[in-house]
Design a protein around this ligand. Structure first.
Ligand code: PGA
Length: 251
């Protein structure tokens, strides 16, 4: 059975001071009321160092929002997996639809990032999801299968156990349109079955498949009630502490 992961994707938000204020509040709240879920915060790169200090000796983990697959070299503006680990991250978001759409990332490039992340001991939070046009034309499962197979190309069984899959339908991200629990459950079941075919069933059963797309305190409960939904990747509703706390305390 996969564990529960609730991750905050802050995207390009929060100065270091704002990040620290949030982190202190979160740490205090979770010390007083521990939650069963693994809680992950993905700040912008500039906030990682300060939050690593804040979260030292806590069970809140850090994720980077992106990485470059090469280990070092002449890649102006990029950050390697090794640097991300060194800064204090346990996870790295890979293949977010904003990166695919705005920065032209394709499945092969995302596969290179996942390979590099695992090489450095980072757990990838690998995002996949269809656009509205793809859903409306009945191509959802085809798109998910292609993104999953190409993104995980040559990733061995031992490494898949360290991966989190985030199903994020593009039409539900930042739009206020949440996929229904039934739509998410259906997609997650498809992903789980495909992972069972690609890997062994036992390993596939242990991979957290989390949902992202307009998750809020109001809809997290009904999403988490579905068997195959193992958590959430939360954007807008993770920026405010009270709202994110309500999400991690979804029970
Ligand atoms: P949202 O973003 O919660 O604002 O829709 C989710 C994401 O992009 O990961």
């Amino acid at each position: 059975m996969a564990g529960t992961v609730i991750a905050a994707n802050w995207k390009m938000n929060k100065t270091t001071g704002q990040a620290i204020e949030f982190a202190r509040g979160l740490k205090d709240a979770l010390l007083k009321n521990p939650v069963a879920a693994t809680v992950v915060i993905a700040p912008p790169f500039t906030g990682i160092g300060a939050l690593a200090t804040e979260f030292k000796d806590s069970n809140i983990f850090l994720a980077a929002q992106n990485m470059y697959p090469a280990s070092q070299g002449a890649f102006t503006g990029e950050i390697s997996g090794e640097m991300i680990v060194d800064a204090g991250c346990r996870y790295c978001i890979v293949g977010h639809s904003e990166r695919r759409r705005l920065f032209g990332e394709d499945n092969a490039f995302i596969n290179a990032k996942i390979t590099a992340a695992l090489h450095y001991g980072l757990m990838p939070i690998f995002c996949i999801g269809e656009t509205l046009a793809e859903r409306n034309s009945g191509a959802t499962f085809m798109v998910l299968a292609e993104q999953l197979k190409e993104g995980l190309n040559k990733i061995p069984t031992n490494d898949i156990k360290k991966t989190v899959i985030a199903y994020e339908p593009v039409w539900a991200i930042g739009t206020g349109l949440t996929a229904t629990p039934g739509q998410v459950q259906e997609a997650h079941l498809f992903i789980r079955n495909l992972l069972s075919e690609m890997y062994r069933e036992k390993e596939a059963a242990g991979i957290p498949i989390i949902y992202g797309g307009s998750v809020t305190a109001a809809n997290i409960g009904s999403l988490m009630a579905e068997q195959e939904i193992n958590g959430a990747l939360v954007g807008s509703a993770s920026l405010e502490l009270a709202s994110f706390l309500a999400i991690v305390n979804f029970h």
